[in-house]
Ligand binder design. Sequence first.
Ligand code: ADP
Length: 711
Amino acid sequence: MSKRSSKQRFLRKDSLTQSGAKKSKLKKRTHKRLRKTLFQNAHDAIALIDDRLCFVDINAAACDLLGLPRQQLKGQAVSSFITAEFATQPNCVSFPPTQSLMGELLVSSSSHRREVEYTLTPNVLPHCHLLLLRDISQRRESMQAELRQQQQRVELFSEVTLKIRQSLQLKEILHTTVTEVQRILQADRVLIYHVLPNGTGKTISESVLPDYPTLMDLEFPQEVFPQEYQQLYAQGRVRAIANVHDPVAGLAECLVEFVDQFQIKAKLIVPIVQNLNANSENQLWGLLIAHQCDNYRQWVDFELELMQQLADQISIALSQAQLLERLEEVVAARTAELQEEINVRMQAEAALRQSEEQLRLITNALPVLIAYVDDRQQYRFNNQAYQDWLGQSPKEIYGSHLQQVWGEDCYQRMQVYVKTALSGQAVNYENDIVLKDGSWRAVDVTYIPHLDGEKMVKGFFALSSDISDRKAIERMKDEFISIISHELRTPLTSLHSALKILATGRLGNLSPEGQQMLGIADDSTERLVRLVNNVLDLQRIESGKVIMECQACNAANLMIQAAEAMQAMAQQQEITLVKQPQDISVWADADYILQALTNLLSNAIKFSSPGGTVWLTVEQEQASPNLPPEVVFRVRDEGQGIPADQLERIFERFQQVDSSDSRKKGGTGLGLTICRKIIEQHNGRIWAESTPGCGSTFAFTLPTLDSANIS
Ligand code: ADP
């Protein structure tokens, strides 16, 4: 190759290299310019920062954002303007970071503060990092404005809901709804159309601007509001029509004509449905309708939502109103019932008051103590005699305990009878009481238990009558009898002895007639002696001079002794005496109980026919679960018996079923009276049972050892 050609080749090559370098330089420059233009004109704020976080370069948008010219910003620390963590605390970021950082920060300059979205891309150039800033203040503001608006709507809605809920009257609720909806929506007319179950209906509430006709009480004709529309609304259809004349709205011609009458241009309809019970379908109760008459109107979601929510509130209010109505009906019915009950009660009370007054009048007029005592032994009623006798007014006595009214001693005496009455048994006894002037009175007291429907004792009626005079007479009589008897006993005994001696014939024989007369005289004298003895016995027991000396006795022993004593008489009368003794302990005065038993046995033998049997038995029994157990002695015979009306009377003095008994049977009519006195002194009872012609049973009770010692 020639030198020229090689030089040429070299030159060519060189020029080629030169032009390539030029080209690449040019390209680089173009790129740089392009970058610069992009950098400068970019809409987003862009800044280059160094490792110390100072601005190296910034574009126009960034200057705008930071509010300072480029020259002033260069070299300034980023932290002077922005509040990003990486800028204020560079140490906490391992800077230069390896990854881009993104986030939001606040830019503050002398003139303003901006919320900014940033991206920090590290090392876009050696020791140079790219910071992109995008102003999001406006976006934030509009978001906040939107939030505020939503908040307002919520508040508005709750305000209206509250107003609706505050009123209980349906009419008021509907009125509030239409007024509030009209106010909030700035609609020309808002109404509520009530649909009746038969498909007809009418406007029942309306709020309309004065420029437009009212639709109040208007019924929508069938053709504009047919049945199928009602069904659609019942299923929840909502209609928002911006322009009633726009074919897109799809309104039937007749409906357009109808709405034109009322200058309606746009309308919003939401149904008010009711679910009467969980299983039934929704029922259309009515429609909540908003009309715009001055112009067409595009309804917005919020308006639709508000209308729907208010329609729901009305539906709730309707259910509540119905409940309230039902409640009112129930209350009215109950009130009427109660009124009736009150009337009946008042009448009953008036009648009761009247009868109480009458009762009080009657009881006050009686010269006896009349009272009602409850099961806690407290007075619930007492008559005027209490005031007259004891000096305590009915008011003072009412609610007081028996012990309070009568004092400790008297109460002690009455306690056993009170217990008996409260156990359900009527009881009669005599007591001595002290009157307000300190004088003593003997009273005859009767307690009659008061049982309720379930036979539970609620209390007892107490009747006490003054028997002081009777007692005084009885005492005088007893004393008289006692004296006479005593006076009689001595001559009678002598007479009896003399007759007995005469009968022996030692003083001379008598003719048979004389013997017969002597026999009669002896029998009569014996009867007279018996009578005198009985009278004296009775008088002694009644006067209280006799004190029963009670001790534990064996019932069997008492029965055996009594039977032995009567055996001779039984044999004489050809009567079999059967005894069934039992080893039961009783608390008794053995002598007196023997007297009672022999008396009863003697009667049983006396009133039996020859060949008959007399039984003597004993049992431990309990009359009722409330009462203590007791020992019951029974003397049973197969004799003539006693008529029912005489069963009680024969225990009275000198009472005999047949007045000739004293003569025929040699009785005195005092035996049973003495028996009763003896048994009563033992806190027991004695009674007779009989079937005339078949026999009689005489029974008496004695307390068991245990119950006697307890009481
Ligand atoms: P008396 O001395 O007359 O027997 P009581 O007081 O013992 O007196 O009896 C009164 C009356 O009761 C008797 O007169 C008789 O009429 C009747 N009486 C008593 N016990 C019996 C009996 N076991 N059977 C029939 N009547 C009787």
